[in-house]
Design a protein around this ligand. Structure first.
Ligand code: NAD
Length: 457
């Protein structure tokens, strides 16, 4: 592996200016962090549950008190619109609050047996490594961190190379709130160095990885030697299925932001718009003005719907999928500095073309016609991914049939919502392993111990 720079340069994607440089954690730094985390975890797990819950609630309150600061930092380092960034900081607060409510509810079971009593204990794993991507730096860090802490673990968070600043600030806020030193540490660094060190470290019991399917597979393989527990949240290529009986106006109005939110850098983006052939042309007529109306620009401007892509590399990747000569609808984007790409909907695309089956991770969708319900399900499932999807129909029976037939973890009917911190989230097929969020979130950070106590001795 070539030497990695000793510092991470953080850019503002809307201006390309360097806004910070951060030392990159080395393997030695990771080793030292694991030692500190293990020490802190022992004391943390021994605290009374109510005390742990109280500290996590204080952390939530502290995040809330700094919500605007965190949001503005997210705008600067990730190019998110201010509205989205405020929601993201609020999501961290809510996750901490929700997880805090789980501390005293993390109960075992009592199972009937002869000759004694059988009970189970959900015990913390120890030190958990959370490896986060750049597309939603704050929420995704918190999806792993909040329930892991609540279940009695310590957390080492490695943010993405391009977006370490909000993570570092959250670690400071944890200390301000009174969380013990060493319990929640942030290790900004390079994936193959600091990330891999967490994956291979014998003192790290579990890795929560969110990122690309290619790296997720490496993480699973490298951790397998130690049977490391993993949760993998990976890529997606989600369908938005529009049946002829749907409220077409509503479906067309909602379609743009279902794949343009966060400039399309969203694992749940509905980038394959499948439309019943009989309404295909009408749907496109309705979609065109909705796409053209999307305001792309300075993400700090509250009236903007979509900001820039994260980096020059991401812009080049997105451009490579949108070759000349493709038909479709193009929106507008600023010129000049910044990694801008216009909202783009492609029509007449071969359903097997790379842009129709691979995760572009940019503001690009394809529209593919289908003939009937069976054809819609076949097309929806014709991808290696299975993360999200939407179904637009007025027929309740069809909504349920298609929801059951589409092989994906998070579906919505007549809407595009898919992520709530109190409902489970995760992928089928190449989109991941395990679930995050929801009522069972803490359980994913425990090992079940079964104890039989004889009453006959
Ligand atoms: P990435 O896989 O390149 O990087 C993700 C993280 O892994 C980063 O922190 C990176 O530094 C680290 N990493 C890289 N190489 C590593 C290695 N060898 N060992 C350990 N860690 C390593 O992904 P990305 O480009 O940052 O994020 C975009 C991807 O994330 C997309 O594919 C997207 O779909 C996916 N994603 C999935 C979800 C989900 O919940 N399913 C959510 C958001 C993003």
């Amino acid at each position: 592996m070539p030497d990695q720079p000793a510092e991470l340069q953080v850019h503002n994607p809307a201006t390309e200016e360097v806004i910070a440089t951060v030392p990159a954690a080395t393997v030695t730094d990771v080793d030292a962090a694991v030692v500190r985390a293990a020490r802190a975890q022992t004391a943390w797990a021994a605290l009374a549950p109510g005390e742990r819950a109280r500290l996590l609630r204080r952390f939530a309150v502290t995040v809330d008190e700094h919500l605007e600061e965190l949001a503005r930092l997210e705008v600067r380092e990730a190019g998110h619109t201010l509205g989205n960034a405020r929601w993201e900081a609020g999501n961290v607060r809510d996750l901490l609050d929700y997880a805090a409510g789980g501390v005293e509810r993390l109960t075992g079971r009592q199972i009937p047996v002869a000759g004694g009593v059988d009970v189970t204990f959900p015990e913390p794993l120890g030190v958990v490594g959370v490896i986060a991507p750049w597309n939603f730096p704050m929420p995704i860090a918190a999806w792993g961190t909040a329930p892991a802490l609540a279940a009695g673990n310590a957390v080492l968070l490695k943010p993405a190379e391009t977006t370490p600043l909000t993570a570092l600030r959250l670690a400071e806020l944890a200390l301000t709130a009174g969380l013990p030193e060493g319990l929640f540490q942030v290790l900004p660094g390079h994936g193959p160095v600091a990330g891999n060190a967490l994956v291979e470290h014998p003192g790290v019991a579990k890795i929560v990885f969110t990122g690309s399917t290619a790296v997720g597979k490496q993480v699973w393989a490298r951790g397998a030697d130690r049977l490391k527990r993993v949760t993998l949240e990976l890529g997606g290529k989600s369908p938005n299925i529009v049946f002829a009986d749907a409220d077409l106006e509503a479906a067309a109005a909602a379609a743009p932001m279902s794949f343009l939110d966060n400039a399309g850098q969203d694992c749940c983006a509905r980038t394959r718009i499948l439309v019943e052939r009989s309404v295909h042309d009408r749907f496109l007529e309705l979609l065109a003005p909705a796409i053209e109306a999307v305001r792309v620009g300075d993400p700090a401007d509250e009236s903007v719907d979509m900001g820039p892509l994260i980096s020059a590399a991401q812009l080049a990747r997105v451009r490579s999928y949108v070759t000349d000569g493709l038909d479709g609808i193009r929106g507008k984007a600023p010129e000049g500095p910044g990694h801008w790409f216009p909202p783009t909907v492609l029509t007449g695309v071969d359903p097997q073309a790379p842009v129709a089956v691979e995760e572009v991770f940019g503001p690009v969708a394809v529209v593919l016609p289908f003939d009937d319900e069976a054809d819609a399900v076949r097309l929806a499932n014709a991808t290696e991914y299975g993360l999200s999807g939407s179904i637009w129909t007025r027929d309740v029976g069809r909504a349920l049939r298609v929801s059951q037939a589409v092989r994906a973890g998070n579906l919505s009917v007549n809407s595009h919502s898919s992520v709530r911190y109190w409902t489970p989230f995760g992928g089928f097929k190449q989109s991941g392993v395990g679930r995050e969020l929801g009522p069972d979130a803490l359980t994913a950070f425990t090992e079940t111990k079964n104890v039989f106590i004889s009453t006959e001795a």
